[in-house]
Ligand binder design. Sequence first.
Ligand code: DGL
Length: 268
Amino acid sequence: MHSSPNNAIGVFDSGVGGLTVVRALMERLPFENIIYFGDTARVPYGVKSVETIRHFTAQITQFLLQKEVKLLIIACNTMAAVAAQVVRDLSSVPVLDVIEAGALGAIDVTRRKQVGVIGTPTTINSNAYARAIHQHATNIRVYSQACALFVPLVEEGWLDHEVTRLTAQEYLRPLLAQHIDTLVLGCTHYPLLIPLLQDTVGPDVRLVDSAETMAQQTAALLEQMGLANPQRLVPEYHFYVTDVPLRFQAIGERFMGRALPNVHVVKW
Ligand code: DGL
């Protein structure tokens, strides 16, 4: 299929967390139209089986392809960890995923080749980050830690709360014992915890925000494929969700840093 540079970028996630990627894209690529899909009715994915996640991911991919997006971005680390191949098999347009972006970001910044990765239980169990890192650099040691409680804490808005601080200390202790010099934030929700996590790991450990590296990678790919939108108009943003849960607007704004326009509910 031939994509037009004027078509939108399709970004998807299990819920609102992928808005951290949308936010980074809007800042880095201010003239690109974006269609976002968040499966808010079925979130969280991070504790679901691989089979279920693959099934949901295929549905979302087909939805966005029907919207004629020019590029697909898997913003959800959990989907990227266990269902990236499903998306690539279905897609006629290029596909980028946050795990590849985060892995390249880590390789770029690590000095002593000791990298920690945090994510949902499904992401960590899949070992996808270590595989992605080792595909490019075999000399890096990767230490992983599942942090199941971070997603609910972020959605609760406890970004600078004593409970979150203690939870972070507990989760990160084993990684710090390995003297990591880099920590990959392998989940859509974790960029909101950057100040607290940086305090916990100390100034010598560099945090890799995969939303940020994803925006850089997207800009490079669009340029390279001649797919960057040449129009200098105010872009259109559309947000498709499968449910409008309680406090949706407030949570969405926390992730986006601004109001959410054009929210559409998809009924399957
Ligand atoms: N979006 C998921 C991720 O990045 C976190 C939320 C969930 O578990 O669905 O892993």
